[in-house]
Design a protein around this ligand. Structure first.
Ligand code: FES
Ligand code: FE2
Length: 396
């Protein structure tokens, strides 16, 4: 049964019109607790959601709990090196096995409430006095932890809490061809920043998808990349995005346009002139550069509050450079991120008041339109399961 989001459908249909007639999302999409609850259940729980890097769960016995779409999930690296995900709920009386956000390293999973114990593969091992209890069958698989779907993709961990997301390869679609040449699976995290932003998660994604604002708020960015450069790309999976080009003579996105790293092996001169800006639904922004990969991982905390983890990943050869310092990338983007967060917080203050009306898009906001279309269609149909159609005649 389709469960439509608690928003006036007429307002949503304004977002799904052809580009030149379409309007931005309505105010409730950014401000309502009911809408965010709905999104957790129908966007996040039923999709693949990125929860971070697999390198944080590298050793057998590594365990970490996270909240995904309102559901607690426990990630465990097994003795066989396989990464598994389970519902973070004890099979006795439902205590969390690990607090969400916490990590540990041990050879069993043990519930802190009455000490029921499970193997790293989720199998029930025992609980105090249960072995001698009449009628209790220790080998009954019903006592074992409930699995959730998990996938590793180029070093990122994705989980599907509901178990009915799209097939992972269909979900990623042709984004695989755009990301694979950068080989992010072999990269290391050189820098990581956490931000908490007083704006809805979709305001942050929309801002990411356009450079219409760049001349106004990003002087450093405009010095190294033309805001009107680049092009959108037709997605075949659940993603939206395109490229922008570096200015002539610029090596990468940094404050002086120079790289303190190395070009990613396998990139030719042409592809080393571009920076990609891709949103993999619903919460991972991937920005491949000639010499590093930047990601923003987004977690909604409340309608007007969002956690963002921004990471800069580098190929291992970077470390062979004696003057290698990830700050050339992180400093540039930290300045730019903060300019963006200020704009996003201002939008959030402005789009909740009585003066807000659903506005039109400029031709430099095609990807914002595509994202709003994805969201609005998802609201109307109970979830996002199809790529958006692309409007290749309109440049970003
Ligand atoms: S709820 Fe976990 S051991 Fe009782
Ligand atoms: Fe920006």
């Amino acid at each position: 049964m389709t469960i439509v989001a608690p928003i006036d459908p007429a307002k949503l249909r304004a977002c799904t019109k052809p580009f030149y007639d379409a309007r931005t999302l309505p105010s409730e999409a950014y401000h309502s607790d009911e809408v965010l609850d709905w999104e957790r259940r129908n966007f996040f729980a039923t999709s693949w959601v990125c929860v971070g890097r697999a390198g944080d769960l590298a050793e057998p016995g590594s365990q970490r709990a996270a909240e995904v779409g309102g559901t607690g999930i426990l990630f465990i690296r097994g003795d066989d090196n396989e990464l598994r995900a389970f519902h973070n709920t004890c099979r006795h009386r439902g205590h969390e096995l690990l607090p969400c956000g916490a990590s540990t390293q041990r050879q069993t999973v043990q519930c802190p409430y009455h000490r029921w114990t499970y193997g790293l593969d989720g199998t029930f091992k025992g609980g105090p006095t249960m072995a001698v209890q009449p009628g209790f069958d220790k080998s009954d698989p019903d006592h074992s932890l409930r699995r959730a779907e998990v996938r590793e993709w180029h070093g990122w961990v994705f989980v599907n809490a509901s178990g009915d997301a799209l097939d992972f390869d269909d979900y990623v679609g042709n984004l695989e061809d755009l990301i694979a040449p950068y080989e992010p699976g072999r990269m290391f995290v050189g820098a990581s920043h956490s931000y908490e932003i007083a704006a809805n998660w979709k305001v942050i994604v929309e801002n990411y998808h356009e450079c219409y604002h760049c001349t106004e708020i990003h002087p450093e960015l405009c010095a190294v990349s033309s805001p009107t450069s680049g092009e959108g790309i037709q997605p075949s999976g659940l993603w939206v995005g395109g490229t922008m080009s570096l200015r002539n003579g610029v090596e990468t996105m940094s404050l002086d346009g120079k790289s303190a790293g190395v070009r990613i092996r396998g990139l030719d001169d042409d592809s080393a002139k571009d920076v990609g800006y891709y949103m993999l639904w619903p919460n991972l922004l991937l920005s491949p550069h000639p010499d590093y990969m930047m990601t923003h991982r987004i977690e909604p905390l409340a309608p007007s509050r969002t956690f963002v983890e921004c990471q800069w990943l580098f190929p291992p050869e970077s470390r062979q450079r004696r003057d290698f310092d990830p700050a050339f990338a992180a400093d540039f983007w930290d300045v730019t991120n903060r300019q963006d967060w200020n704009a996003c917080e201002s939008v959030q203050r402005g789009n909740g008041g009585p003066g807000y009306r659903q506005g039109p898009f400029s031709e430099q906001e095609v990807q914002v339109y595509e994202f709003a279309l994805m969201v609005a269609q998802g609201y109307l149909t109970g979830g996002v399961r199809e790529p958006v159609p692309h409007f290749s005649d309109v440049r970003r």
